[in-house]
Design a protein around this ligand. Structure first.
Ligand code: SF4
Ligand code: SF4
Length: 101
């Protein structure tokens, strides 16, 4: 069962550098990702904004192995700052999950 975390949703709203509101789920990013990630970035950002913590946690390996190559970002028709969002998520996970400063 998916657990909704209002706290995570609130943190994502305030997270520095995170903004995926312009995403309209066109799928261009997932089609172009050289790692073939099916979840990053569009579904992941959606899950994070909704506070679906279990889903975000389940994707920690992908979040940290993204190459930050910007192939997705360069071709996003909505200008979503995808790599900034991934960096922001990494920072949040480092603090919340791994207890790093
Ligand atoms: S390419 Fe941009 S608008 Fe399209 S799904 Fe990815 S992040 Fe969203
Ligand atoms: S920045 Fe990450 S998610 Fe985007 S295309 Fe590159 S590896 Fe894939």
């Amino acid at each position: 069962m998916t657990r909704v975390s209002p706290e995570l949703a609130a943190r994502m709203k305030k997270a520095e550098g995170f903004d995926a509101n312009a995403c309209f789920h066109c799928g261009t990013c997932t089609a172009l990702c050289p790692l073939g990630y099916k979840i990053l970035p569009r579904k992941l950002f959606h899950d994070a904004m909704l506070g679906l913590e279990d889903r975000v946690r389940a994707n920690i390996p992908q979040i940290f192995s993204c190459l930050l190559c910007r192939m997705c970002e360069a071709n996003c028709p909505s200008g979503v700052h995808i790599t900034d969002n991934i960096r922001s998520l990494r920072s949040l996970i480092n603090r919340q999950v791994f207890g790093l400063k």
